[in-house]
Design a protein around this ligand. Structure first.
Ligand SMILES: [Zn+2]
Length: 193
């Protein structure tokens, strides 16, 4: 039987969250199950069928992410949602359009315009509070799929690649690594949505 790879180095892929305001701050919540991703701590997969640890090859458990941002954007980027690039590590299994993993933490979040104006889920200053709560860059996307905006796949791929490639450097305060990531994000947001 094929074993599930346990990756020492994270991979990066794209996913979507709902955003829920709480007295402690904004929380990223899975759109599939009412489970929130904890700020400043790894998200850990659980399995109601008892896979220990998840994900397993014969199950559908794990933390899901997709390889292609445009596909994700087209299929699930609706009002009140946050799209982002997340690091995934531990046990990692491929699925049809990406991976499912044991552990994850967001590396970059995009607030969609509907989210920005949707005071019901995110009030003024929401981007700043989300950034402070999760300690990740939060960027307001220039448009939503409803506006006819779609991210460029190649530039999104470059962002995901740099998100993990420069992760250690950014954590260590390396300005070059921060600048490379910022440039990749600017290319994506500025020219291709
Ligand atoms: Zn399972």
């Amino acid at each position: 039987m094929t074993s599930v790879p346990d990756l020492a180095e994270p991979v990066a892929a794209w996913r979507v969250w709902n955003l829920v305001e709480t007295p402690d701050g904004p929380l990223l919540v899975s759109p599939v199950r009412p489970v929130f991703w904890p700020p400043r701590r790894s998200m850990t997969a659980t399995c109601h069928r008892g896979c220990a640890p998840p994900p397993s090859l014969r199950c559908r458990c794990g933390l899901y992410a997709m390889d292609e941002l445009p596909r994700l954007y087209r299929e699930s980027a609706g009002a009140g949602r946050v799209v982002g690039c997340t690091a995934l590590w531990g046990r990692v299994v491929e699925h049809a359009h990406g991976v499912r993993a044991q552990f994850a933490y967001p590396l970059l979040l995009f607030l969609l315009p509907e989210t920005r104006s949707g005071s019901r889920t995110l009030g003024s200053g929401g981007a700043r509070r989300l950034k402070q709560h999760y300690r990740v860059p939060v960027v307001v996307a220039p448009g939503s799929s409803a506006d006819g905006y779609f991210p460029d796949d190649r530039l999104a791929g470059a962002v995901a690649e740099e998100a993990v490639r420069g992760l250690a450097g950014r954590r260590a305060g390396d300005h070059t690594a921060h600048a490379r990531f910022a440039d990749a994000v600017e290319d994506l947001v500025g020219r291709s949505w």
